[in-house]
Design a protein around this ligand. Structure first.
Ligand code: ASP
Length: 312
């Protein structure tokens, strides 16, 4: 839903997916986020931009990085933050997403951050509550703040996204990270290669404006960025892989496969990583090539920007 008051700065009331954002929305979020990078490295990290505001983190799926990142981001901006892990709560007693939303809505939060296993859950929630909703990952649909933090990390290292060749590799079909990144990287002018085994590749992926490859070496050729994805075992209803060893052999990022990318190619992974399955453990930790820790660091800045923009 468009928001008239925020029309000059951002076209949306909620952050539900990259697909809803315009390029100027994206540039606005990224420029706000840049301002928080240095603050997060300084001794005094506390601002009072969101003083008096209430932020509820509603996590129906487990999360380490995203939940702690949103929690820190809210606290650094001075909001009152409450985090609820609904794996262990009333949901187990049969309360639905909507019941939970209505209960929390009655407590007048200013912003709800939601992660849910069903695609579209954040859109549904946004129709039922009065406050802004930020999607922290819904099923296999979108994970907009992950794509925004990935873009900020790339810009921080490569100074641009336009014209870069970026490979997204692995379990594409189950990945909301892949989808949000495809939308965002295309919008920002990158050339996107999608690499994975045919049974983990959506049939009509090329309609999203990307090239698809089943051979990792061909897909990685001359890439500037190699973005690895986790095998989403929790979303696999049947056996997709013959063995982890075979997957590593063909699709794990190893030095010999990385050789096909550019010499200064950067390695990314949204975490959590399956070391030795999607990625060689030494490559994941190689400070000259891997920016995985920087992704986590800049994630806080991006979430601060999103909270500030959508809560105001
Ligand atoms: N943390 C990311 C997500 O929530 C990636 C992953 O779990 O593999 O989608």
């Amino acid at each position: 839903m468009a928001n008239v008051n925020k029309a000059i700065k951002i076209s949306q009331k909620h952050l539900l997916g990259i697909q809803d954002l315009s390029i100027s929305d994206v540039n606005f979020i990224l420029s706000e986020a840049k301002q928080f990078i240095d603050l997060n490295k300084s001794k005094n990290k506390k601002l009072d931009v969101l003083r008096g505001k209430t932020q509820i983190n509603l996590f129906f799926e487990p999360s380490t990085r995203t939940q702690s990142s949103f929690e820190l981001a809210g606290k650094r901006l001075g909001a009152d933050v409450m985090s609820m892990n609904l794996n262990n709560s009333a949901i187990k007693k049969g309360e639905t997403l909507i019941d939970t939303a209505m209960t929390l809505n009655a407590m007048h939060p200013d912003i709800i951050v939601v992660r849910h296993q069903d695609s579209g859950a954040s859109n549904l929630l946004s129709q039922k509550v009065n406050c802004a909703v930020l999607n922290a990952g819904d099923g296999r649909r979108e994970h907009p703040t992950q794509a925004l933090l990935d873009a900020l990390t790339i810009i921080d290292r490569k100074e641009k996204i336009e014209g870069l060749k970026i490979a997204i590799c692995g379990d594409i079909v189950h990945s909301r990270v892949a989808r949000s990144n495809i939308y965002l990287l295309n919008m920002l002018g990158a050339e996107v290669n999608i690499i994975g085994p045919s049974n983990l590749m959506p049939k009509d992926i090329e309609k999203l404006g990307v090239k698809s490859f089943s051979d990792m070496k061909k897909g990685l050729k001359d890439c500037d960025i190699v973005m690895m994805l986790r095998l989403q075992n929790e979303r696999m209803t049947s056996s997709f892989l013959s063995s982890n060893r075979e997957y590593y052999e063909y699709y794990g990022l190893t030095p010999d496969k990385l050789d096909f990318a550019k010499d200064d190619a950067l390695i990314m992974h949204p975490g959590p990583m399956n070391r030795g399955i999607e990625i060689d453990t030494n490559l994941a930790d190689d400070i000259n090539k891997s920016v995985i820790k920087e992704q986590v660091e800049l994630g806080v800045a991006v979430r601060m920007a999103c909270l500030k923009i959508f809560c105001e």
